[in-house]
Design a protein around this ligand. Structure first.
Ligand code: ADP
Ligand code: GLC
Length: 481
């Protein structure tokens, strides 16, 4: 089975969040289960700089006014196809925004171009390779199913995965023609969404199958509270919608072999985590307090993540003798709020504003608790890394967080199944209550270690979920023949 992934991010080449981790870690596992996966991503400047001598395998004469090429490269276990279109992607800044965090004004062209390239590969193949299925991710690849539908009966089948329904790729109707869409697409039962065109809606409507990244989120997005206006379309497609839980790359994230942490360790060597914890304390300007419960956050600082709620509990954390370490960037108000907290509680609250992959590994390896008070969370990967590294996740009861963490309530403690703390509703009061429970359990070391070990034993890799994707792909090909 040949699968073409199409996405705007892929670790280790380009990453702003969990999408990159998924796109960079699922394909090798699918390959291990008998698939042949290639990953099409934009040839951003940052990506082209990391790839040595990619081979040109196709040329597109006119892609929004200039020539573009598709280049082939292998990076680690990943087979990549890079859309090398300098007029669209060779520029400084991030994948979606410039250095001042403003959206690139031509994002509609940049990501329509990515979808057009995927459709071209679906039609002509590339390098003598013809996909059976094209698996598109998020709004940036939302036009892939629509463009592929135009190819007619022999076309590959399409799967569209929603990683976060809050990002919808909404564009003014004036760009319709540029995207090669005609006015019949601009109706409420097609791509129109509150007066705009939504690329996410296009993906949901036209893909043969739609998935999202956890079973709970698959249910939640069919309701007005979580669907952000897409619940109607999703309900209409409910027969083709499913939730498949994300996994993590167990080779990149392995406390026994991680070269980016101060001390490696196994489940039976939890004492060795103390060295990592000291290193985190040093890196973030925290006191080297060996007894403090170290609560950490690694996150994009956006409303979704509920970190405004956590900020309200800082006085409580400090009063209970805890410490807080935060690595993240985003909303200027939240950045300022956490910087102020660090100034107010020197040695007890440590903040690193920015993005730092290496420091993130050290924090998972050294923190006692990872706090994830998200208002909604399609899957969430940070709780999975936390489980794998023996940092106890303290999470809001929503989406994939609910599907992956078992609350340390008395019944789960006596059944020895608890892996963390889960709270709801998502308010500062309930978060504070969960933190109190964490402080109490932390004082009881044998129970605490039991929860850590149980979490470290949890299956968080891709093997199960990759089987679910395989079954989905096979089902599509069976109906095709
Ligand atoms: P989302 O995709 O919504 O941001 P996920 O939990 O799925 O949330 O994935 C977040 C990913 O980004 C994780 O790999 C996490 O470790 C990483 N990450 C987030 N912020 C930072 C940061 N400031 N520095 C390093 N890694 C970060
Ligand atoms: C999105 C979601 C996150 C999910 C990630 C990967 O960024 O916010 O919950 O884990 O995609 O699927």
């Amino acid at each position: 089975m040949r699968i073409l992934f199409t996405a705007s991010e892929c670790f280790p080449l380009i990453k702003t969040g969990g999408l990159a981790d998924v796109v960079g870690s699922l394909p090798p596992v699918l390959t291990g289960q008998g698939c042949d996966v290639r990953i099409l991503i934009p040839g951003y400047r940052e990506v082209m700089a990391k790839v040595a001598n990619p081979r040109t395998v196709a040329t597109i004469e006119d892609l929004f006014g200039s020539e573009a090429t598709i280049r082939r490269a292998d990076v680690g276990a990943l087979s990549l196809l890079l859309l090398d279109a300098p007029h669209l992607f060779d520029r400084p800044g991030g994948p979606y925004t410039d250095d001042d965090k403003k959206d690139w004004p031509d994002n509609h062209r940049r990501f329509a171009a990515l979808s057009m390239a995927a459709a071209m590969i679906a039609r002509d193949g590339v390098d003598d390779w013809h996909p059976d299925i094209v698996h598109a991710h998020d709004w940036q690849a939302g036009l892939v199913p629509l463009y592929i539908k135009r190819l007619g009966a022999d076309r590959p089948k399409t799967v569209f995965t929603i990683h976060n329904i809050a990002y919808q790729g909404n564009l003014p109707p004036s760009v319709l023609t540029e995207l090669t869409l005609d006015s019949t697409e601009f109706t409420s039962d097609r791509l129109e969404y509150w007066g705009n065109i939504s690329l996410l809606k296009a993906g949901i409507l036209d893909a043969d199958k739609v998935t999202t990244v956890s079973p709970t989120y698959a249910r939640e997005i069919r309701t007005p509270q979580f669907g952000f206006g897409m619940e109607g379309v999703l309900n209409a497609r409910s027969a083709d919608l499913s939730g498949i839980l994300n996994g993590i790359d167990e080779t990149v994230w392995d406390p026994q072999a991680d070269g980016q942490i101060a001390a490696t360790y196994k489940r039976t060597q939890l004492k060795r985590r103390a060295e990592n914890r000291h290193a985190v304390q040093d890196a973030l300007g925290l006191e080297r307090d060996p007894d403090a419960m170290l609560i950490a956050v690694i996150s994009r600082l956006v409303h979704q993540k509920g970190l405004d709620i956590l900020l309200e509990t800082v006085p409580q954390i400090v009063a209970r003798g805890g410490q807080l370490a935060l690595l993240g960037s985003g909303d200027p108000g939240l950045e300022a709020g956490y910087r102020d907290a660090a100034l107010q509680y020197p040695g007890r609250v440590g903040v690193r504003i920015g993005y730092d992959e290496e420091l993130s590994h050290l924090i998972y390896a050294g923190a006692d608790v990872m706090a994830i008070p998200s208002r909604f969370e399609p899957c969430g990967l940070t709780q999975l890394y936390a489980l794998r590294y023996g940092a106890v996740p303290l999470v809001a009861r929503t989406g994939g967080l609910e599907d992956t963490v078992i609350d340390a309530n008395p019944a789960a403690m006596s059944a020895r199944t608890a892996t963390g703390f889960v709270f709801s509703p998502i308010t500062a009061g309930e978060l504070g209550f969960a933190l109190e429970r964490a402080f109490d359990l932390f004082a009881d070391k044998p129970s605490w270690h039991m929860v850590q070990r149980r979490g470290m034993a949890q299956e968080v890799g891709w093997s199960l979920s990759a089987k679910s994707y395989m079954a989905l792909y096979k089902g599509l090909l069976d109906t095709a023949s």
